[in-house]
Structures are given as C-alpha cells and as structure tokens.
Design a protein around this ligand. Structure first.
Ligand code: SF4
Length: 387
C-alpha cells in the first residue's frame, strides 16, 4: 500500500502488552482516530499520521494526537518519524502502575519504566530518553510537572518546543503515569510513481514560492515577529519536514545570536507559538523576556497563554520572576479553548481535512488550500485519486 504501513499498534499501559491490527486505509482517513477511540475506549489516546504525511507534497509533516475531547497536530519532524516507525496509528490504553514512557521504532512498541520522571522537566525527559536509547534523533512528545499534576493548562511539548497543545492535552499523559512518548522512524514508504510525484511536487512548491515574499521565518506569518527587538535575537529559521516556507524562528537570549555554535546549554527557543507571543506583548514582556518565559513554560509542561493570562490577573506588570513563581505552583488555571493551528482557516472543516491529509494547516492556509493541486500530486504517490 502506497504511503501507508498497513498497521495499527495497540498497547495497554496497565499490563505493558502490545498487539497489532491491519489497517487498509489508503484513502482520506480523517475519521480513523475517532473510530479507534470508539473501538478501544474513549479514555484511550490515539497517535496517528495523515494520508500524505511523508510524501513530497509541501509541508506534508503532520501527525496527530487525539483524545475523547480534542485532536492536536504534531509538527516538526515528529509526524514523518512517527509514520516511519512502521505504524499508521497507535492506540494507548489504560494507566501504567509506574511512571514511564512509550518507546516506538521498527514496528515495535513497548512501555519503558522511568521512575525518576516526576523529578524531571520536559527537556530533561527528552534528553534522558535520547541518551538512554543512544540516539539524538529520537522524537519525544513529552509532558512536564504540570502534565503530571493533571493541570487543565498542561502542555505537551514536541522535541523541547510548544505551540501545538493549547487545550491541556498534557494532563492526559499525567493521568496515565505517562511521562512521554518517544519514537524513531527508520522505515520506508512506497509511492506509485516516484519520478512523477517528485516533478509534480517541485512544480507545486515553485508555484507557491513564486507568489510569496522572501521568507523571514515567523515574521512571514506574524507581524509581531517583525519588531526590531525580536529580529535582533534571531539566530536561524527552521522548517518542519518538507516545508519550503517555514514559520519557525530560533531566538537566542543567552548568547550572541550571530554565533553559530551553541555555547550555552539553553541559549534560546524555537518560536512558532503565535498566540503565546501575542499574550506576551499584552503582558508587556520584551521578546527576550517572552522567550525566557516560553522556555520555562515548555520545561514545566505548562501552556504559556494560560500562564501569562493568570500572571496578568494577579499583577499589573508580571515579569519573568513572577511567572517563574507561578510556574512552581501548578495553579488550577484554565487553558484556551482553541489551538494555535486550528485558527489557520476560517472553516474548521478545512483544518480537519488538512490534518487528515497530514498537511500543515498554517502553510496551506498561507498558500491557498487548493485540493485540486494536492490531488494531482497525491495521485502520483498513491496510485489512485485522492478521494
Ligand atoms: S508553516 Fe511552520 S508549522 Fe507549518 S510546516 Fe512550515 S515550519 Fe512547520
């Protein structure tokens, strides 16, 4: 089957037992996570990949995490790595009796105990898992102390960075004694006509770029990133898998942004969380302090919009120190009701179709969500029409 592995993995956290089901979905499968929740129980967590995730279609980088109340995208290189583990979808059931993480690779999934995880923040968990498994390229979807505490404003972070989880999905990990989900994709995907798929995808990408201005990272998507104090901290722009027009700006706050070596252990942050930067501006934080706050929120596994809104409610002039103090308390504060990327399109249906296809909603909202052009590229990969 082209662009699919034909396999769903299931693991029961309460026993550590895993099993597999065949998956025959090489058509648009946006409803599959909900069907899996119905089949395996509404308290399950479903990780998934889109139909075109890992193709050559621009920004085909998206994976998803679905619970009974929400679906969030998983961006960066995590979506494509998830697909290359050998599974199209993964179902996590039950609650583990001890703290640990799910480790997925080469068509295998297992629960690995990590009893020290409640003492580790999200960045330390990511680093420990990569070190223990001996591979710095492992993708880690990690919780932090706020997730462990089941805070409504908990935030899952993807490889250190936050922006995907705006509705407290991190608390779903904490409830299950799940410190993280880690995966590494070393598999391969087949496509029907590689040459035609390559040529059509490159032509599609060139058409997009010819209509867009020179890329300036997050500034190309959010005018608040064009202010001098933000631009002066920019170190580089980083795209997710297959994204020719990235929205991700890496800022350095603790060392010279022009220094290409990373001399400091925690020099800065990868910004793509537009609502968080908007809230930081409202709170009165400079881009440098906003970056420091987002680092702290990511490590704590706390959603920064909710954290800064709570800080503003208790002080007219919150700063890094007062927000740090708030982060140490795991306050019962409420998260936003909508996600960062969910706001990309006026119509929710387009957003959901984008996720089902495995395409980044932010990129495709920018270039125009042209399902006809996507279908033409997809047919060369799938070997049949898209829908
Ligand atoms: S627009 Fe941003 S989030 Fe979307 S694929 Fe590109 S870099 Fe990733």
């Amino acid at each position: 089957m082209n662009l699919r592995n034909g396999k769903i993995g299931i693991i029961d956290l309460s026993t550590g037992e895993s099993s597999e089901e065949d998956f025959a979905g090489d058509v648009l499968t946006e409803g599959v996570p909900r069907e899996l929740l119905e089949k395996h129980g509404p308290d399950s967590i479903v990780l998934g990949t889109g139909l075109l995730t890992g193709s050559l279609i621009p920004a085909s980088c998206v994976g998803t995490l679905t619970t009974g109340r929400h679906t969030m995208p998983i961006l960066g290189h995590a979506g494509i790595e998830l697909k290359l583990t050998g599974f199209d979808f993964l179902v996590l059931k039950g609650k583990a009796s001890n703290w640990g993480y799910i480790w997925i690779r080469d068509g295998i999934m297992e629960f690995v105990e990590m009893p020290e995880s409640p003492q580790l923040n999200s960045w330390q968990r990511t680093e420990k898992i990569r070190s223990d498994q001996g591979d710095s390229k492992i993708q880690v979807l990690s919780g932090g102390p706020w997730c462990d505490a089941g805070s409504p404003a908990a935030q899952l972070v993807v490889d250190h960075w936050g922006g995907e989880d705006k509705v407290g999905m991190g608390a779903e990990f904490g409830k299950r004694n799940l410190a993280a989900v880690a995966f590494r994709g070393m598999g391969e995907l087949e496509v029907a006509d590689p040459e035609a798929h390559f040529e059509k995808s490159v032509a599609l990408m060139r058409g997009h770029l010819s209509r867009l201005a020179l890329n300036k990272g997050l500034q190309s998507y959010y005018e608040g990133a064009a202010v001098d104090d933000f631009v002066s901290l920019a170190h580089r722009y980083i795209g997710c898998y297959g994204c020719p027009y990235p929205c991700r700006s890496y800022l350095k706050t603790e060392e010279d942004p022009k220094e290409m070596r990373l001399m400091h252990k925690e020099p800065g942050y990868l910004h793509y969380d537009i609502p968080a930067l908007e809230m930081a501006t409202k709170v009165g934080l400079s881009p440098r302090d906003a970056t420091r706050v987002l680092v702290r929120c990511a490590r704590a596994g706390a959603e920064p919009v909710a954290v800064m809104a709570a800080a503003l409610a208790s002080s007219a002039h919150p700063d890094v120190v007062s927000i740090d103090a708030l982060l140490a308390r795991h306050d019962d504060i409420r998260p936003a009701s909508k996600g960062n990327f969910e706001l990309s399109f006026p119509a929710l249906k387009d957003y959901e179709t984008c996720l089902g296809l495995g395409l980044c909603p932010r990129y495709w909202a920018k270039v125009g969500f042209d399902i006809g052009a996507i279908s033409s590229c997809a047919e060369s990969a799938l070997g049949h029409k898209l829908m």
